[in-house]
Unconditional design. Structure first.
Lengths: 225, 238, 238, 225
């Protein structure tokens, strides 16, 4: 039986990374796609969400009319207070980050390389860059997970031998999810752990610049529920 | 002791001269000293260097971008000099691209710590952040205990404009939830610290000493936000 | 999530091995984790390096000096290695003079900042403190903006023993008045942080998020001080 | 009329330094003699007492039975809370100190030199030293005032050309009070501003190693009240 060839949705991609979070982990989710990780619920564990603005232990997004104007996550979304939450100022917040207290940070990226480099802050053809807390998180977190489309809109690969864009940090990425599958980055480079439904490793390799090693335990992509 | 309570935002910022360095806290729209920024905009000081997490947004609310758009800012020191999405062309982005305003791009945690050490008399610190990136080029590197760091320097300012939740007449401050962000460290780092406060200014002694977020020794001027001030859409006095 | 609440001081310190580096806060007798120190004394770990403002006093109360006197301490890192008055010969002073314990003398503010940067992932900082004195000899000097600084390094630890006023089950901590002193920064800097708390351990959510002095992410073990514990002369539960 | 030759008491010495404190000053008083400065009351001004353990704005010593076991000054004396008091942790407290927020620190010393050096932490014949916060205060405070006896118990001078003991900080002392008078330290060295009752400048010079300049406005020592 062959599954129908399907690309993963952003929510499915983020769900899969969120499944890796362990009970008690302190998690920092980047603005944009990575915030979808918080939609994956697993009652058997507790996750502590930290955001750059010094909120430790915030809860789900606030519903309509439920917003507290003083409480937002790093992306400016209104979140709800969770019992046990605590607030610190910005220097102390990055003390948490730089000090290695974040178990995992999930970020988006333009490119990831087989040596663990990634790039998400600057396109050289445009002036300036948007770093925010990305370089601190990349340098400080225990694990960096990246969620990104497997190719650009033009079909160019984003999983590369070496990044072509200015990198955010060297050699830090441990896990990558794309719309085609889940990858670890090991000393040997990308390792395909799970493939999207209907996609075989050769097809994924064709859309990838870097060489992809195939896990001896290659599995079907794991979905929520 | 000198009275620190001012009647209006305009009086509180009246003496900020051209060429000043001004700290502007706030993060994702919370804890932004919008009333003081509006007063600085009215006051018209020019050639400012502004230290802020970002350089303004696309919304209509007054923020540091308002000063940029008005041509009052010579240079931004911030963690974002390009939009997170190419479609988000703020006044700053347009003016930066056109060379009308200068900028120094600083990783957010480095920005926060540079502000803190400016307050605390430290001459420099070594951070692992940005090592191996374009941003570390030209910076002094040092390996310690098997890890590579770059040297970063203090970032002081002449003025900090601060938004607080509660203040007493001595200037002890409290912030609410994510309003805190850059406010305390900027309040401590600037030579002159000017605070807009959401609640009525309290008598000295009304804030629990264990719950003071910024000591009044750092605060020079306090103004209650008037009912017709900028409340970020919430009712006055929340 | 893992349960952090321990029933007894002895259980909470049971696994501290010989050779550990242990942070011991407290200042002028306030905020000293006397119950945990008494438990470490009973437990008997040896060859400890202890980081503390001082190395014990002449009073009868349990403090880091108790461990020194018991021969459990190899080295003290502290701001006082000689008594403030020659008549105040503590067990540490006697043993230090006899070469039975080693010590590193650190100015108090440098001690505090070295602890903080150990918590916060900073590789070193430049301070003006001690420049021009015997204590700066052999340290790297640097002139910046017309002022001379010396480079100081992080001071991490395996364990911090902490005394708090209130704690919730997650480990969020509050301190009362000058009890705070070194407690928060040591709680943040150590790999394993063990807290003795004066009030009953609170349910999660009972501490106002704006009034958390140390986030529970830094706290590993919490023990309520029993009624027959060491209360510094005050009634239990004050 | 000649005043009777009198040495100043420690309280009179500290009173005199305290008279220099200006309204709104943030003051750090060293353990021991300098704490006597807080006994000088002048209702026309407010002084903010800061201590190394992070208390900003504490009040007078606590009376018998009035002690709060959680509130002490740097010398471990129980003090009373004053309205407006605020607490910070030790790193932030020395941030206040190193950051130049302390208008004046008053310390005791073994020796002071005409170049503004002073020594108060170590006697080389004894092992170790007691620094506490002295080096941070000396390097960080806007002004360093020193209170000390004019000579040692053996009659040796303490106001020297150069310190013989290991110094606490170079060139920072601005004002010195001894039991014989009040002195400024200027680029030209010690300047006698006020002499103790019955002591003429020549007599004071005889007990001093450094050369003493005499203020053109030399006055009688100013006492409380």
């Amino acid at each position: 039986m062959t599954a129908e060839k399907t690309k993963l949705t952003r929510q499915q991609m983020c769900d899969r990374l969120a499944m890796e979070f362990q009970d008690g982990w302190i998690v920092n989710l980047g603005v944009g796609m990575p915030t979808l990780c918080s939609n994956y619920v697993d009652d058997s564990r507790e996750i502590i969400n930290q955001s750059e603005n010094g909120v430790v232990g915030y809860g789900p997004l606030a519903g309509e009319g439920e917003e507290d104007r003083h409480l937002v996550n790093a992306g400016g979304q209104h979140v709800t207070p969770l019992a046990g939450m605590g607030i610190v100022h910005h220097a102390d917040s990055f003390g948490i980050i730089r000090g290695g207290m974040i178990d995992v940070t999930v970020m988006g990226a333009y490119e990831v390389a087989e040596n663990g480099d990634f790039a998400n802050w600057r396109i050289p053809t445009r002036k300036g860059g948007g770093i925010g807390g990305a370089m601190d998180l990349a340098a400080g977190a225990k694990r960096v997970f990246i969620a990104l489309e497997h190719t650009t809109r033009e079909g160019e690969p984003r999983l590369l031998k070496r990044c072509t864009l200015p990198i955010t940090a060297p050699g830090v990425v441990k896990m990558v999810v794309t719309d085609l599958g889940l990858f670890a980055i090991t000393p040997a480079g990308f390792e395909l752990l799970e493939n999207a439904p209907g996609w075989n490793p050769e097809e994924i390799q064709e859309l990838t610049e870097a060489r992809i090693n195939i896990s001896p335990n290659l599995k079907d992509f794991r979905f929520r529920g | 002791m000198k009275n620190k309570v001012y009647a209006t935002m305009d009086e509180a910022v009246a003496d900020i001269p051209d060429g000043s360095t001004v700290m502007c806290p706030g993060f994702s729209g919370v804890g932004v000293p919008r009333n003081l920024l509006a007063a600085v905009n009215r006051q018209g000081a020019k050639e400012l260097t502004c230290i802020s997490n970002n350089a303004g947004t696309l919304d209509e609310l007054v923020d540091v971008g308002t000063l940029v758009e008005a041509g009052q800012v010579k240079k931004m020191v911030c963690a974002f000099t390009a939009p997170t999405h190419p479609s988000m062309v703020t006044p700053f982005v347009r003016m930066y691209n056109e060379g009308l305003v200068d900028a120094e791009l600083v990783p957010q945690g480095t920005l926060a710590e540079r502000i803190r050490i400016a307050a605390f008399g430290i001459g420099g610190f070594y951070t692992p952040t940005s090592v191996g990136t374009e941003l570390a080029e030209g910076k002094e590197h040092r390996e310690m205990n098997g890890r590579t760091y770059v040297l970063e320097y203090p970032l002081p300012a002449d003025y900090a404009l601060v938004r607080a939740w509660r203040a007493d007449k001595f200037g002890n401050l409290q912030f609410r939830l994510s309003q805190r962000n850059f406010n305390p460290i900027m309040a401590m780092a600037a030579t002159t610290t000017i605070v807009e406060v959401e609640n009525d200014v309290l008598d000295i002694g009304e804030i629990d000493p264990d719950q003071v977020h910024v000591s009044g020794i750092y605060v020079d001027r306090i103004v209650k936000i008037p009912d017709d001030g900028i409340w970020d859409g919430a009712k006055p006095g929340l």
